[in-house]
Design a protein around this ligand. Structure first.
Ligand SMILES: [Zn+2]
Length: 217
């Protein structure tokens, strides 16, 4: 299976950091990608960063197409201008979407101090759980980066699924899953190539993934 990850849709609002703006795509590209995906059950969709476009653009399209997706919200931005509100997050969930944590401050989950790790993995999740009134069991690593200590902590904290951005195919049911992020310069044709030939990316990454997993033991 293949996981596609989206961020903002439309024009990035003024003030969005450059490293995030590089992942905003226009609505036309978004529609084309959804057309490509169609009803394929081996393609899973997710949305990172909790931008307002999640409810303004993505949700109506997904609903119209009868698809569900996973939304990874930055707890520290809830209610900020341009970001989802608590009501928006409940609305996503009420519409059949899944909600996971993208941490508190959108900082890289590498070399976190104990206090930072607690804030990112425990406090952020708790804040989302208070909004939803139910457990949050999924996380997506901000900016796709993580290290062994963070993965160990996510396991200890009993997260059920952790998404990365490692651009490889994923195996259903595995605890850590790679995703292909659609970036500002990607076209629907690029995504078509991933959907057709995603295994080529996987072959290249499999060795490093194995090495990495060995390092975890
Ligand atoms: Zn992010």
């Amino acid at each position: 299976m293949i996981n596609l990850c989206f961020h903002g849709i439309g024009t990035a609002p003024y003030g969005v950091p450059a490293e995030e703006a590089a992942y905003w795509i226009d609505a036309d590209t978004f529609h084309r990608v959804l057309d490509l995906v169609g009803e394929r059950s081996d393609v899973q969709l997710s949305f990172d960063d909790g931008n307002a476009s999640d409810v303004e653009v993505a949700l109506p399209e997904l609903t119209a197409r009868g698809r569900t997706a996973d939304f990874f919200v930055i707890a520290g931005r809830l209610g900020n201008p341009g970001s989802l509100s608590a009501d928006d997050v409940r609305g996503l969930h009420g519409a059949g979407m899944s909600v996971g944590s993208h941490g508190m401050h959108h900082r890289v989950w590498r070399r976190l101090s104990p206090a930072e790790q607690y804030e990112e993995l425990v406090v952020a999740r708790r804040r989302l759980e208070e909004v939803l009134g139910q457990p949050v069991r999924m996380a997506a690593c901000p900016l796709g980066r993580y290290d062994r200590a963070t993965l160990t902590a996510l396991r200890r904290l009993r997260y059920d699924l952790v998404y990365t951005s490692d651009r490889a195919l994923a195996r259903p049911g595995t605890w850590r899953q790679a995703r292909f992020s659609v970036r500002a310069h990607d076209t629907a044709d690029d995504v078509r190539a991933w959907l057709r030939h995603g295994d080529r990316y996987a072959a290249r990454l499999a060795d490093s993934a194995r090495t990495f997993v060995k390092g975890l033991r």
